[in-house]
Design a protein around this ligand. Structure first.
Ligand SMILES: [Fe+2]
Length: 176
């Protein structure tokens, strides 16, 4: 994983009108891009195999909404991508299996019944999916024999603070 808020390509995506419009519908006019990640998922390797919410108690704090934009740079399908459990299926008393030390993100133990309700994400290169902290995603084992490449943009509202121990390569937040 690589973080690159200063990349011209990321900046170009940040100015995409369709993407901005969708983000503003959810977060309001003022947006803060606080993190971007380039992911390379090799066949048969799982970067984060556990179910989790993408909320980062050690990296951000405050009252406000965040949204995650997953942009497919290569094809994403049920053989190489990830799954999401819909909001309506989520029980808020999910038991925490472990925590990510860096972000404080919780990883959950999910029952098989719940896992069966997961929906695989299917995207063509250039397509994107947006999701909130309410959804539970997990990467699935890449059996496609091809590398999956993606860009994730994490966007929030100005009311959210980026905590000082967060240390991206590029230090400044980007106001969109
Ligand atoms: Fe995640």
């Amino acid at each position: 994983m690589e973080r690159h808020l200063d990349s011209p390509e990321v900046w170009k995506l940040c100015q995409d009108e369709n993407l901005l419009q969708k983000l503003q519908e959810y977060l309001g006019k003022k947006l803060v891009l606080w993190r971007s990640e380039l992911w390379v998922n090799y066949p048969a390797k799982q970067l984060i195999p556990l179910w989790h919410r993408d909320s980062y108690p050690k990296l951000i704090s405050g009252v406000g909404q965040t949204i995650h934009v997953y942009i497919a740079l290569t094809e994403v399908n049920e053989f190489n991508g990830f799954e999401l459990i819909p909001n309506s299926q989520i029980d808020n008393n999910l038991s925490v299996k472990m925590k990510d030390h860096f972000s404080g993100n919780n990883f959950f133990k999910i029952t098989n019944t719940l896992a069966e309700k997961a929906i695989p994400v299917v995207l063509k290169p250039g397509e994107f999916v947006m999701f909130t902290d309410e959804l539970i995603p997990r990467s699935i084992c890449n059996t496609s024999s091809q590398v999956r490449l993606s860009l994730t943009l994490r966007v929030t509202q100005p009311s959210i603070d980026i905590l000082p121990d967060y240390n991206p390569n590029f230090q400044h937040l980007v106001l969109l």
